[in-house]
Design a protein around this ligand. Structure first.
Ligand code: HEM
Length: 424
């Protein structure tokens, strides 16, 4: 049903509707950002962003950023191995991916991993809290009343949005100034700079508000998703020790690195070619996304009355969701071993075999398929390869089953606590 419905949408060159209610809920945080935008605005943002994402400049710049930020993460984890301290990996991964998306998005070193800058930390807390508060609008029937009277969760959200806006607008102004002053020698690698260059030819479209919205969309899209996936990935590796060793062996063989290598030496060995050889790691990350999709439920609202291909009638304003989480565990889709973590299901003769996006729905399919899929895999592979090469991970409490927290993205509830042991 889903396949034929999406095929129909593609063939009509339509996009799945966002819907008024959805826009109202997300609008305060994203304005006309790609997640809340409609029609021409969405098309414009998607076109610009897909072009930028395909450029060699952005690819090389983002790879360098992932490498250097992961090197910092490895150092941080290393410190904990000295006195066998418990590490909160989800928290560290979140900080590292936020630092990376900030650098790639704005060309700015947020450095939340070192936790030294109070303003950056304030921004990050305001951003995460807003994510949770916006989600509750879907179930809190009184949210509009609260917003009208500026009380409770809505008052907190308003304060948070002010913090976020101030921070991002300041960055945009700073970037505009920087680009004005350095006409010939402009730092054009980050996404914001590249959009600003576009805004010189198209000033009416690319206002500060538009740039704020598109930038926030990238942050929400690129921060939690990759960090959450890596959290569940390491959880699976701790639960399946043999798979952890297989991934580590593949990384060692593909890079040709030795355990005695320093972080910098390993980083030099982690080339694009080496990453391309890591089919087992790619399969293990994909298997993680099948069982723990970072966007577990994706909701849409119908913009007009419609009929699904099986005859099911939808009314304007009806909500329609596809649920990647249960779909990834259905035996009639994945076979009797659907609940098992088995990276091998993605490999044929050791080579990764992709599935249709309408079967493996973690990145959605059709016209609104995730724009950052390749970017996310590259980042996750670099981070996973670094960590698995330098450390063996073990859960603090082996008997504990992790569960998720109700949010837009699949956070592990109560954090992820483990020990790391250096490999030798
Ligand atoms: C494991 C990592 C990721 C997963 C599982 C994921 C998943 C998704 C999903 C399910 C959607 C559809 C949301 C909707 O229905 O509106 C989406 C959209 C999107 N993603 Fe990702 N994503 C990931 C990483 C990223 C990264 C790293 C970026 C960029 C830096 C990114 C950029 C986007 C953008 C811009 C859209 C909106 C596309 C549009 O509506 O036209 N994603 N992603």
């Amino acid at each position: 049903l889903l396949v034929s419905y999406v095929k129909e949408l593609i063939s009509n060159d339509q996009r799945p509707p966002v819907g008024d209610y959805h826009k109202l809920i997300l609008g305060d945080l994203f304005g006309n950002g790609i997640f809340a935008a409609d029609g021409d605005i969405w098309r414009h943002q998607r076109k610009l962003a897909s072009f930028e994402f395909s450029t060699k400049v952005l690819r090389e710049f983002s790879t360098a950023v992932f490498r250097s930020n992961t090197a910092k993460l490895v150092k941080k984890v290393s410190e904990s191995t000295v006195d066998k301290r418990i590490i909160s990996l989800q928290d560290l991964l979140m900080k590292s991916t936020l630092d990376s998306i900030f650098k790639v998005g704005f060309g700015f070193d947020l450095d939340t991993l070192s936790g030294s800058d109070a303003v950056s930390n304030q921004f990050m807390t305001a951003f995460d809290d807003s994510n949770g508060l916006i989600f509750w609008r879907y179930v809190d029937l009184l949210w509009r009343v609260k917003r009208y009277f500026n009380i409770g969760s809505e008052a907190t959200l308003k304060k948070n949005i002010r913090v976020i806006d101030n921070f991002v607008y300041k960055l945009i102004r700073h970037k505009r100034e920087q680009m004005k002053n350095k006409k010939d020698d402009r730092d054009k690698e980050d996404i914001l700079s590249r959009f600003l260059i576009e805004s010189e030819t198209n000033p009416a479209n690319l206002t500060d508000k538009y740039l704020r919205d598109i930038s926030l969309s990238f942050i929400i899209a690129g921060k939690d998703t990759s960090a959450n996936t890596l959290t569940w990935f390491f959880y699976m590796l701790c639960k399946h020790k043999l798979i952890q060793e297989k991934v580590a062996l593949e990384v060692k063989e593909a890079t040709g690195a030795e355990y005695a290598y320093s972080i910098n030496e390993f980083s030099l060995k982690l080339t694009e070619a080496a990453l391309d050889k890591m089919h087992y790691l790619h399969a293990a990350l994909t298997e993680t996304l099948r069982l723990y999709p970072a966007v577990p439920l994706d909701g849409k609202h119908s913009e007009k009355d419609d009929v699904l291909p099986d005859g099911f009638k939808i009314k304007k304003g009806d909500g329609i969701s596809y649920m990647a989480y249960p779909m990834g565990r259905m035996t009639y889709v994945w076979g009797e071993d659907a609940e098992e973590f088995r990276p091998e299901r993605w490999l044929r003769d050791g080579v990764f075999q992709p599935e249709s996006p309408f079967k493996f729905t973690a990145f959605q399919g059709g016209p609104r398929i995730c724009l950052g899929k390749e970017f996310a895999y590259r980042q996750m592979k670099i981070m996973a390869a670094f960590l698995v090469f330098f450390f063996k991970f073990q859960l603090v409490d082996e008997s504990k089953e992790a569960t998720y927290r109700t949010m837009f993205t699949l956070h592990m509830d109560k954090g992820f606590h483990l020990y790391a042991f250096p490999r030798s």
